[in-house]
Write a protein that binds this ligand. Structure first.
Ligand code: PLP
Length: 397
């Protein structure tokens, strides 16, 4: 009998009861806006920022409307201006070049390696072309952050980290998002904490933090933040920093606080599931598992493998055959942008040069979500299905 998987790759866990109760309390209070507080009350949004600063060890944290907003806000806060160039990953998702375009800047793409991290040799060769790197830790693959920071520090490049897939991850014990000048995170439904939409930004820099708070739409109420610099820092930026409204509200903050407290446990659960799928796929002829650098602690909320140098119709056959058995795979090599997946050359608002070595990798990347609603048995079944279908297509060679 042919096994079929019947679970949903887009089904997240429910919001913890404590979050639901806190959300109801906020709705009953009517005070959803973060600056709408009763005398003596501290806003949920401000408390959550304080807690996220503690989780990451950052001096300052700011909650905003989305991960993409955090990225755009960070670019503005570090002083990127229209027409500037910004280095970024060729292998990432559309909100990253989109954030660069949102401030009128122009991305310069850096290639991807077989380990699915930014190509540090390509980065080193391109450091003369921009003053800022927006580094996307795409699908949680962490580059050698020590070498990356050495390259960028030597070239005077400011690093903004896109940690949409690395909330809870670390490199050599340093939380992801704490190597560069700014770390940005997403709380969109499919990320590691879920408020539907939402974003965080962390930094240790006084002026970047003050600018980001002003940009997010604090009006002159910035003193109500608990994880922001002292008022005198705002004095120097408050007249020349525009309000680009993108605040977080108390309702979403209330939903998120218990999830933040449970993040570490959730990371462990993701990694258990990841290990089961990875073990099941290892040794499949024609399929390359992505080995993770042991210096990084990753979050296995999704899994990628390579069908390197396969003909495109063969990769498509694997995707179709897995789909027919209930296993939903995404392919970064597809010619047309589809669902959440697109390639650097499909972002036509931003010019790109041909990157043959990167194209070779992208053509082979197959990607899959691993929601926590999957059991370990589900994960083993999914691996068996992929292994069988990759094997079947590979043999047709
Ligand atoms: C989700 C995501 C973002 C942006 O987050 P939103 O909250 O959806 O705006 C940025 N980068 C990557 C790689 C993402 O997956």
């Amino acid at each position: 009998m042919t096994e079929r998987f019947t679970g949903s790759f887009t089904q997240q866990e429910p919001i913890p009861e404590a979050g639901i109760e806190a959300a109801i309390r906020i709705m009953r209070s009517g005070r959803l806006h973060r600056y709408n507080t009763a005398p003596g009350e501290t806003a949920e949004a401000a408390l959550m920022e304080q807690e996220f600063a503690a989780v990451t060890g950052a001096r300052y944290a700011l909650a905003v409307a989305s991960g993409g907003y955090a990225l755009g806000c960070a670019l503005r806060a570090v002083g990127v201006k229209p027409g500037d160039t910004v280095l970024t990953n060729a292998f990432t998702l559309a909100p990253v070049p989109g954030a660069i375009a949102s401030v009128g800047a122009v991305p310069v793409y850096v290639g991807v390696t077989e380990r699915l991290v930014i190509d540090l040799d390509d980065l080193a060769a391109k450091t003369g072309r921009a003053r800022v790197l927006m580094l996307s830790h795409m699908r949680g693959h962490l580059a050698d952050m020590d070498r990356l920071m050495a390259i960028c520090d030597a070239a005077g490049i400011t690093v903004i980290e896109d940690c949409a897939h690395t909330m809870g991850a670390s490199w050599n014990g340093v939380p992801s998002g704490r190597h560069g000048a700014v770390g940005c995170y997403s709380m969109q439904t499919y990320k590691h904490v879920n408020s539907g939409e939402g974003g965080f930004l962390v930094t240790d820099d006084d002026e970047i933090a003050a600018r980001a708070v002003m940009l997010s739409g604090s009006y002159m109420l910035y003193e109500r933040h608990l994880a922001a610099p002292p008022p005198e820092v705002f004095e120097s930026v408050k007249y020349d920093t525009p309000n680009v409204s993108g605040r977080m509200d108390n309702l979403r903050a209330a939903i998120l606080r218990p999830q933040l407290a449970a993040l570490d446990t959730q990371v462990g659960r993701w990694n258990e599931r990841y290990a089961v799928v990875e073990d099941g796929l290892r040794g499949t002829p024609g399929l390359t598992v992505i080995d993770r650098d042991p210096r990084g602690r990753f979050v296995g909320s999704s899994l990628q493998f390579l069908l390197l140098d396969w003909a495109t119709d063969k990769v498509q056959a694997v995707i179709d055959r897995c789909a027919a058995r209930g296993v939903e795979l995404k392919w970064f090599g597809g010619a047309e942008p589809k669902g959440f997946t697109s390639r650097y050359d499909s972002w036509r608002y931003a010019p790109s040069e041909r990157m043959p070595a990167t194209d070779r990798i992208l053509r082979g990347i197959v990607d899959m979500r691993l929601p926590l609603t999957f059991t370990l048995d589900d994960c083993a079944l999914i691996a068996r299905i992929i292994r069988a279908e990759v094997g079947a297509v590979h043999q047709q060679a």
